[in-house]
Design a binder for this molecule. Sequence first.
Ligand code: ADP
Ligand code: MG
Length: 699
Amino acid sequence: MDIFEKPIEFLKGIGPGRAKILDKELNIRTFRDLLFFFPYRYVDRSKFHLINDLNESNIDVQIKGKFLDTNIIQQKKSKRLSAIFSDGSSNIELIWFKGFKWIKENIDLNSEYVVYGKINWFDNRPTLPHPEITKVNNYNIKNISGIYPIYSSTEKTLRYGISQKIIREAMHNLMGILKNELNESLSNKIISELKLKSLKESFSNIHFPKSDLDLTKARFRLKFEELFFIQIQLLKRYRDDKMKIKGYEFTKVGEFFNTFYKNYLPFDLTNDQKKVIKEIRKDLGTGSQMNRLLQGDVGSGKTIVALLSMLIALDNKFQACFMAPTEILAFQHYDNLKSILKNMQIQVEILTGSTKSSIRKGIHEKLLKGEIDILVGTHSLIEDKVLFKNLGFVIIDEQHRFGVAQRAKLWYKNNFPPHVLVMTATPIPRTLAMSIYGDLDFSIIRELPPGRKQIKTFLMGENNRLRLFKFLKEQIELGKQIFIVYPLIEESQKMDYKDLMDGYESICREFPLPKYRISVMHGKMKTEDKDYEMKRFLEGKTQIMVSTTVIEVGVNIPNANVMVIESAERFGLSQLHQLRGRVGRGTEQSFCILMKGKKISNDARLRLETMTKTSDGFEIAEVDLKLRGPGDIAGTQQSGLIKLKIADLVKDQEILKLARKYAKILIDTDPKLNHDENKNIKLELSKITSNKKIWNLIS
Ligand code: ADP
Ligand code: MG
């Protein structure tokens, strides 16, 4: 049997009872689990504190002294042992609520002790609940290194008496058993280039560091190791996909593309737009299916990139389809394409949930005959399995749900699946993208088209409301339109709905008919009613749109230049950024006003301040990642973000880059890991994949 798979109940110091609790509470079952149960922090136990010097910054303290007195105190229903301990500088109370009979009987008032524990402040007085106590005679400082590991515990593990000391001792025994089993898992080349400690030393030092330097090195090695093997798997899978998923080879750029480019391009492309089109063109010529994610802030001009890419498909005698998340957006894209392509022989059609069945039938037939070149629609295009004659290119716009892209891959028509371009205005931080979307290629548009004005963003409280209304009236006077958005959170729907309607009423009072006309839109309305309201606003028939976040995605209303976000502290950063992106589409100055409530948390404050400081979506995404952690970022839930044991995707970005770099070199030079120098890596990888541990978590 693999020693690493041995159940921990057979480890000295654990036994069946503790094993059961550790399994239930901390998911530790095998020797391997315990080995990877890393301390979450360390304390320095080379020094002794003086009771007199203790202050609120002390967390763990170690004191040397004598017991003066011990008393069992009965209070209401509970009993506790209270012991007075003195180190000569002052006294401190040590407290036990459990198992104190034995302690009381065994405390020797004449001996010197070392006590250690987490300090608790009560009425400005420090106490030590449930400290570790050791007689100085037994406390052999040489046995215990200066730096002590601290492992996670739960209420139950503590109640069951699984103390830090017990874990430490078990870990000690474990290291004794495993020390000859921890074979090197990296190549000599990597070890020497990165000056890594051996695997054995690293494990030993992560649990029992002899110095800060040892600990730093051990951490580095183990983090690198973890990220490196994940990267290898991602890159291998990506490579295998490329080999496996053949795609249509678009050999030429022809008539459609060139004519459009020469005669009808409405503006000069930005450098980033040109760069991305080049990247796409290159992909389309390789004979593999393209799966590309195009990230670019709202207004960065992704649509024209989509259009030019579709023209390449058309030049190669293929059809293209353009999917938007909502009907309104689909129509917007459709109208835009129709008008921009009006002088060219290109058939554009639209198909959505509300397309009448008679028309629908006609479209289905034309699609099959190849009489439609570009089909615009909603995601229902995929669900309804609309059939094409030869679909070669799919654009998925404003998509955070990657499942759709996944399914589009399966949209095999003739021989191959179509090429897929997913466009999103919610940037995924690079590090996160590298760690989870190993199978997508990335293009980024960072540069905004020339002439855009920065959206001015202000943070305001309730006391500024009158000023806000005055400002809104001025903007309406100038012929501008305004969004006012209220939060809608699933859990508090009823309350939120009430807030929205109260807000709407007060706005109606403040902006009365006939001078002012107001639209309202929320999730409880029927789709037709929403569309109707949206249309009125779009056509300029109303000046204010009061709504929940239903307007969040892509809608383009160039005349709207003010976005007011009510209770802004309740929105997430990426949502705030998305909402702000609804304005600032025209050439005139736009404004975003964040109305904040009275009580806001520190995180919320940071979110709002970030919004006032920057409009760079990537910067905002990085802050968002730091605040929320990777698990909550859009899209990652679906991908089942890897649960890392030691590395941290936010804090260890540099190590991640390094791991990525070395994994890439490895896979490029020795894709099957057959070189002798990589045999350790191959062996380790086969262990990991046969364990399926990481795999399951990734895919
Ligand atoms: P998004 O990336 O948010 O989808 P769009 O493609 O809708 O952005 O573009 C936003 C606006 O910018 C559109 O009105 C578009 O016509 C305009 N635009 C795009 N690219 C350029 C450019 N290179 N120069 C000038 N205007 C541009
Ligand atoms: Mg768009």
